[in-house]
Design a protein around this ligand. Sequence first.
Ligand SMILES: N[C@@H](CCC(=O)N[C@@H](CS)C(=O)NCC(=O)O)C(=O)O
Length: 208
Amino acid sequence: MIILYSFRRCPYAMRARLGLALSEKSVQLREIILKHKPEAMIQASPKGTVPVLIEKDGHVIDESLDIMKWALEGSQLLNSATNTMHLLIKENDEVFKGWLDKYKYADRYPEHSEVYYREQGEIFLEKLERQLTNSNRLFSDEYSFADLAILPFIRQFAFVDIDWFNQSKYQHVRDWLTNFIDSALFLKIMKKYPTWLESHQEISFPEK
Ligand SMILES: N[C@@H](CCC(=O)N[C@@H](CS)C(=O)NCC(=O)O)C(=O)O
């Protein structure tokens, strides 16, 4: 049995579940609480972040992008991922995510204002907005590996202050996000499950 430790609202876990939802593979999903991580998860991956995937032979994959790649191995979606896409994901993870955290928890970073942190994040939104002028998704009208890896973080950014986001100038980004949130795919990966710690119930994901 292949195990995935996951946390529903974590954008890294979301991208892993997106990869799985579009793959032929299936796992036993263990929904965790970040404040109370299962011992078995920490033993497999001492750094204590989700998502964590444990293969049948015990091999551990504890980076969300690696789980996406594992899930989508041999697929058109992964095979058509370009260097430009990987660079955009890298910018998301290494630059945008930092500003997103500061924007979301601005009270913990009093050096600057919430608006300042938002504006830093907007540099990435502006880039995506330009990218979405010519197509419905980032690189064509279809979801690419990059859309799936990045969208969960844009969703988080949007919901820090949804009223601001809804009236922001990023019309294409807004449409792109709305489309994603309204999709059957998103619904599938956001289904609520009981936490594994309490239930120890094995849940097959994605549901067929
Ligand atoms: N680089 C990791 C980052 C994963 C990560 O930071 N996940 C967060 C939740 S969104 C986490 O587990 N944080 C540990 C904690 O909050 O205790 C990945 O891509 O999988």
